[in-house]
Ligand binder design. Structure first.
Ligand SMILES: [Zn+2]
Length: 458
């Protein structure tokens, strides 16, 4: 159950229904919606997502959304929400916004504060999901409520989608993508965003337009085994060790796309030094083997240069005094957008060079291409971000992990991570302990969402 009594949950929303023409989305409402959101323990298995969806629906209806414009679809213990402001031009495909209502589990005893009791302290809001992803969800809900309340009449339909199991199964994401794929583009609050320096000054804004594909494989070697007093040459543990040696020595070929080249050009200017020089050379010429080798030697850059595969788990044998019958290694790959998962599997099979080994793809991964850096999107995001921080550089970004955008990109919807959150690296605790977000940026985040939506839906 949410920690707050339900009566209180709707009080603040009701408070604002009487407000007349506001000039901007109300930061007090944005903060309140965020605080209320954290109180719902939307961890997998808790059954709280439908209740959070009902709360958002109440906030939106209070701002004037008709019942028919809000669809909550239960899916097992979770749910999706879709809220639509209809456009006047039926020929224009919808603009989608997306975020996720679920959060990663959090154990009370590991946290300084109860992770599901929102707390504001020293300029921060603490709680599980404060950053990932309830901050931007609250900003999008508040912005849409404001747009509705002020009679926003776009030419293009705007639909806010909220998924309910992004952190786990992503079944709700797949359902939303299948249902809403006939869209112009998708803005995702869970991706991209601003970086603040430790002095609190803005450093850059990341516009996320691609994600590496996450895929796990298992390499298995089997043998009839036998008594450990009579060793054989075909011991699967020894054979697996040789296979892993070859895997460890292998690097996938360097790659580049529009996104990584743009982000390297920006990195070259910002970072300077040897790394900056290598980035500049690599951005100009991805065939530059010296630059590729230097960047690949740095763990913070290697993922931007190539597909990576790494052994993460090992198991083998069944008794201290028996020859092993089986040895396996799990291999986690982060695949460059546009590279087929089966092509990586084939390459792994070739690299390990052991016909007796089997390579199996685990958990049915989905891949997606990077989205094009569209001029209209870049212009809208630049306008919105630079209104908050004049002159701040907008840097295209390819991220290492998957968000809801994955399933939309896979169905051909250009998707962009454009979070309104600006944070110091030292404040980033998403998925971790004592997750928090700064309160000071809320007004700016709301204004950013308002500008992005208005510019792209006009
Ligand atoms: Zn997230």
């Amino acid at each position: 159950m949410p920690t707050f009594p339900v009566r209180l949950l709707f009080a603040s929303a009701a408070l604002f229904s009487a407000a007349t023409a506001q000039a901007a989305p109300d930061p007090a409402l944005g903060k309140d919606v965020l605080l209320q959101s954290i109180a719902f323990k939307t961890v997998e298995g808790e059954g709280q997502v439908p209740k959070l969806a009902a709360y958002y629906a109440a906030v939106l209806k209070d701002a004037g959304f008709a019942d028919a414009d809000i669809v909550i679809t239960p899916m097992g213990e979770t749910a999706t929400l879709a809220a639509t402001i209809k456009g006047s031009d039926a020929a224009l495909k919808p603009l989608l916004l997306i975020g996720h209502m679920d959060v990663v589990a959090a154990d009370r005893k590991d946290w300084t504060r109860d992770p599901f009791v929102p707390v504001e302290e020293n300029g921060y809001i603490f709680g599980r999901g404060a950053e990932d992803n309830k901050y931007d969800v609250a900003m999008m809900v508040t912005t849409l409520a404001y747009l509705k309340r002020t009679g926003f009449a776009p030419r293009r339909t705007v639909t806010l989608l909220l998924s309910g199991d992004e952190e786990t199964q992503m079944k709700t994401t797949r359902a939303l993508a299948a249902r809403y794929k006939d869209a112009e583009l998708l803005l995702n609050g869970d991706g991209g965003g601003g970086v603040l320096g430790e002095d609190g000054k803005p450093v850059l804004y990341l516009l996320q337009a691609g994600e590496k594909t996450y895929a796990d494989f298992e390499i298995a070697i089997t043998d009839p085994g036998g008594h450990s007093s009579a060793p054989t040459a075909s011991n699967p543990v020894y054979r697996l060790a040789k296979v892993l040696d070859r895997l460890a020595a292998y690097q996938f070929p360097p790659m580049a796309n529009e996104l990584t080249r743009a982000s390297m050009r920006a990195g070259a200017r910002r970072i300077g030094g040897e790394a900056g020089a290598a980035m500049a050379r690599y951005a100009e010429n991805p065939q530059d083997a010296t630059a590729a080798a230097y960047l690949s030697s740095r763990s913070e850059y290697v993922g931007q240069v190539r597909t990576t595969c790494v052994a993460t788990m090992l198991s083998g044998g069944h008794a201290l005094n028996a020859l092993p019958q089986r040895a396996t290694a799990s291999v986690n790959c982060r695949i460059f957008p546009g590279v087929a998962i089966d092509a990586v599997k084939a390459e792994l099979t070739k690299v390990i060079a052991d016909d007796s080994a089997t390579v199996t793809t685990l958990n049915d991964p989905t891949g997606s291409d990077a989205s094009p850096l569209r001029a209209d999107v870049t212009a809208a995001v630049t306008k919105a971000v630079q209104a908050r921080y004049p002159g701040l550089e907008i840097t295209p970004n390819m991220s290492a992990g998957a968000t809801d955008s994955l399933y939309f990109r896979a169905l051909g919807v250009p998707s962009y991570g454009v979070s309104g959150l600006f944070m110091k690296s030292s404040d980033g605790f998403a998925h971790g302990l004592n997750e928090r977000v700064p309160v000071a940026g809320i007004a700016g985040a709301l204004a950013q969402w308002e500008t992005m939506v208005k510019t792209l839906a006009r």
